[in-house]
Ligand binder design. Structure first.
Ligand SMILES: [Zn+2]
Length: 351
């Protein structure tokens, strides 16, 4: 296969665009509108189910088999659960928030009536010059709040701006691309994979190539709370999730790598399908830029699909990411390698 049209600069720009669309767990209006804007001009029909998942179905050379490629759109965030007396917002996590990693970060409060209010995540013991225990206070959802960037002194001031219990907090991505290809940003999990899926769809539209089988690209919005892949599009016999892979002890990986996940917190992925992904990686990825791994601290939508009694074989792969669920870091190489593997899979290599 020829991958000359996978341009690192274009993928980086695309990732920046995708991470800047707010999408905390379950909040899909803006991402769905974005996917429509991006994909309809390429001739795709963008649909959605009743569970918030957006789909693009691409007819294949063979219609007897349907496969699903997923990249979750949701990101970790917060939901407003109440008010402190000073008008700061008490919150509850949406997904596995590491509170230390969001202290001081700016955010947007997405109100139920459509208004948006700027905010900042702070520790209630926020200033070393004020609080003796500012450094030692544990950072949890009981000690951290969202402080609105406005003249707010009491709960009614916050309510007057449109904030209610149930408002959603989107943590700003704080995207930075460096000249040597490194990217630091929140929400590379899983917007990196979304960018790869979008670029693969662009390639299919522009080249006129057809996938081996009818292929459904799925963009679920509940992965970070564990059930994004619990519904599988009708007829699909394979669910392959593109999601982050890991760097650290036990992981023979770095920011340049795509990883094939052999097993995760829910157990092993399908033997044959995973071995096929490994064969494809060996064929299409650069030497030293792919690996296999066991992600035992987390799970993907593909494992959820399997555990929700769908009759699918499941597998997963994706770009390696450092500092996960914080300001994450990868290199654009990892996105390029992930796209090569994605294209290899949809084109039926290794079958
Ligand atoms: Zn993820």
């Amino acid at each position: 296969m020829n991958f000359d049209d996978i341009k690192p600069e274009a993928l980086t720009t695309l990732l920046k665009e995708v991470v800047e669309v707010p999408s905390p767990v379950g909040y899909y209006p803006e991402t769905r509108a974005y996917l429509k804007r991006k994909l309809e001009p390429l001739g795709y029909e963008v649909t959605a189910d009743n569970r918030g998942t957006t789909y693009v179905r691409v007819p294949g050379k063979d219609h007897k088999k349907v496969v699903c490629v997923g990249a979750h759109l949701d990101t970790v965030g917060l939901v407003v659960r109440g008010f402190n007396d000073d008008g700061t917002l008490r919150v509850r996590q949406l997904g596995g928030i590491n509170y230390h990693s969001i202290e001081g970060e700016t955010c947007t409060v997405l109100c139920r009536d459509g208004r948006k209010v700027d905010g900042q995540v702070i520790c209630n013991k926020h200033s070393v010059h004020v609080f003796e225990d500012a450094k030692t206070e544990e950072r949890t959802e009981n000690t951290m709040s969202v402080s609105l960037i406005a003249d707010v002194k009491c709960p009614d001031d916050a309510r007057a701006l449109g904030v209610t219990q149930g408002a959603i907090v989107s943590i700003d991505p704080h995207f930075q691309a460096f000249g040597n290809g490194y990217i630091v940003s929140r929400h590379i999990d899983d917007k990196g994979a979304v960018a790869v899926a979008l670029d693969t769809l662009r390639w299919l539209a522009e080249s006129g190539e057809k996938p081996a089988h009818d292929t459904v690209f799925a963009f679920p919005v509940y992965e970070e709370i564990g059930f994004g892949g619990s519904y599988v599009p009708e007829g699909a016999s394979e669910y392959v999730a593109m999601d982050i892979t890991l760097i650290g002890p036990d992981y023979t990986s770095d920011e340049h790598n795509v990883g094939v996940i052999a097993s995760d917190a829910k157990g092993p992925y399908d033997w044959d399908l995973t071995n096929r992904l490994i064969r494809i990686a060996g064929e299409v990825c650069d030497d030293g830029k792919w690996n296999t791994q066991v992600c035992f601290h987390y799970s993907t939508d593909a494992a959820t699909a399997n555990h929700s009694s769908n009759n699918v074989s499941s597998a997963a792969f994706g770009m390696a990411c450092l500092n996960t669920h914080g300001r994450e870091r990868c290199h654009v190489d990892a996105l390029v390698q992930t796209e090569r593997l994605c294209r290899g899979y949809v084109m039926g290599l290794g079958e």
